[in-house]
Ligand binder design. Structure first.
Ligand code: ZN
Length: 174
């Protein structure tokens, strides 16, 4: 599979509306190369289906502990073709849901927030916990603040309003 672009050297694969390329690339301005270090790829897929919920994005850091090494493999279907992922961590974005600058940048930065926690905190937060999601939202919201993201469109996402209020952004800024 050929990458469609790169973000701080991390290759981006899959399906993304061309008008959003610049918005994805813009995330470089508010992140450092160091924060992306270790990420093996960003995969843009349509209709992620992960244990009965449809997330906007996912950060995959490790395989289930119960799996044997030869079973370490993740299937991502892009353009009806199955891609097997054997090297983690990766970020997967549902670009069917993330169709706007706001959604795309927020989600990408949220997933990067999980990676930064996983790689830079001596005791990473428990995956899926409220603390972990709040941390990723705080990370994302703080960076989105520099990208002129209109937060109004994101307020229905769980814990986003809380993160924005905590970061001190005035929700009635207009
Ligand atoms: Zn998350």
């Amino acid at each position: 599979m050929k990458p469609i672009l790169t973000v701080h050297g991390v290759k981006v694969y899959g399906i993304l509306d061309r008008k959003l390329y610049k918005d994805m690339k813009e995330v470089e301005k508010v992140t450092s190369k160091e924060e992306w270090r270790g990420i093996r790829g960003i995969y843009c897929a349509h209709n992620l289906d992960i244990i009965n919920h449809n997330p906007m994005g996912v950060y995959f850091a490790k395989y289930e502990a119960s799996k044997k090494e030869e079973e370490f493999c993740l299937e991502i279907i892009i353009n009806k073709r199955t891609t097997l992922i054997r090297k983690l961590p990766i970020i997967v974005i549902d670009t069917n849901i993330c169709r706007t600058k706001e959604y795309l940048q927020f989600t990408l930065l949220h997933e990067l927030g999980h990676h930064v926690d996983e790689t830079q905190n001596p005791y990473p937060l428990e995956a899926g916990s409220i603390e972990c999601e709040m941390m990723a939202n705080r990370f994302s919201v703080s960076r989105c603040g520099f990208l002129n993201v209109n937060f109004d469109t994101l307020l229905h996402i769980p814990l986003v309003k809380e993160a924005i209020e905590e970061m001190g952004y005035d929700l009635d800024y207009r």
